[in-house]
Ligand binder design. Structure first.
Ligand code: CA
Length: 252
């Protein structure tokens, strides 16, 4: 039977403008569970919200998705997002200064039998670099994405738009919010990229693709993506999580 393995590398950086980093990441290589979350809310509330999402969703999926197929993991994804959203809302209700805090969450689960599942709320993104091309796997919950869908803005105009940070769905803010789920098959050589909008707002897709095309370790690739986002302005926190997938030998 064909099986897949993977390795990961991640980097989160405050950027060149912000004073705090409100992004959070979670990675459990053995379980095949990876999360990037980008929090919002004043008085350090954003980093609280994103940390709750990353830790809570990550830990729940590690527990619930052990040996699960992607089909079996769907229910666990919905439950984990729901639990994290309720915990963020409860935390905000306990602390007046954290009222209204919320977060994005982009979550990747890999099944060694050859499938992936992504859950997403907000405007952090999942991409796959496959056969030399970058593909965006998720669709932003943002005002500018709606304008793109309506044909009012091009994707490049959306990326550079002053309102590009307005998101239309967030965990912890909206009640009964559910993630969009995307499932697909793994291919040998896939490199998944989870990233906060501090990467995708700073760098055009072609620049991200070029960074992934350059030879080097995953750690070096993560470093160069963050460095390039900072060179392009670094106006937001930037987080990247890379997962390189390979097919393992039969019987290995
Ligand atoms: Ca951000």
């Amino acid at each position: 039977m064909q099986r897949f393995g993977w390795t990961c590398a991640g980097l989160s950086d405050v950027g060149r403008v912000r004073e705090t980093n409100e992004d959070s990441m979670y990675a459990d290589e053995a379980a095949g569970v990876f999360v990037v979350a980008d929090g919002m809310g004043g008085h350090a509330a954003g980093e609280v919200a994103s940390a709750i999402a990353a830790e809570r969703i990550g830990a729940l999926l590690c527990r619930e998705c052990d040996a699960a197929t992607v089909e079996e993991a769907r229910a666990a994804f919905l439950a984990a997002f729901d639990a994290a959203g309720k915990e963020i809302a409860a935390e905000a209700a306990r602390h007046a200064e954290r009222w209204g805090m919320g977060t994005t969450a982009t979550v990747l689960f890999l099944d060694a039998r050859g499938d992936y599942l992504i859950g997403q709320i907000g405007d952090s993104r999942a991409y796959v670099y496959r056969a030399g091309e970058l593909h965006q796997l998720t669709r932003d919950h943002s005002w500018v994405q709606e304008q793109v869908d309506l044909g009012v803005l091009t994707p490049e105009q959306a990326r550079l738009h002053p309102q590009s940070n307005l998101i239309t769905r967030a965990l912890g803010v909206d009640r009964d919010v559910s993630p969009d789920l995307y499932a697909g098959e793994l291919r040998d050589g896939d490199v998944f990229l989870l990233a906060s909008d501090g990467l995708s707002d700073m760098l055009a897709p072609t620049a991200i693709e070029e960074a992934l095309a350059r030879p080097g370790t995953l750690e070096a690739t993560a470093r160069s993506l963050v460095d390039e986002a900072n060179r392009a302005g670094g106006s937001d926190n930037v987080s990247v999580l890379l997962v390189a997938v390979s097919r393992e030998q039969a019987g290995a």
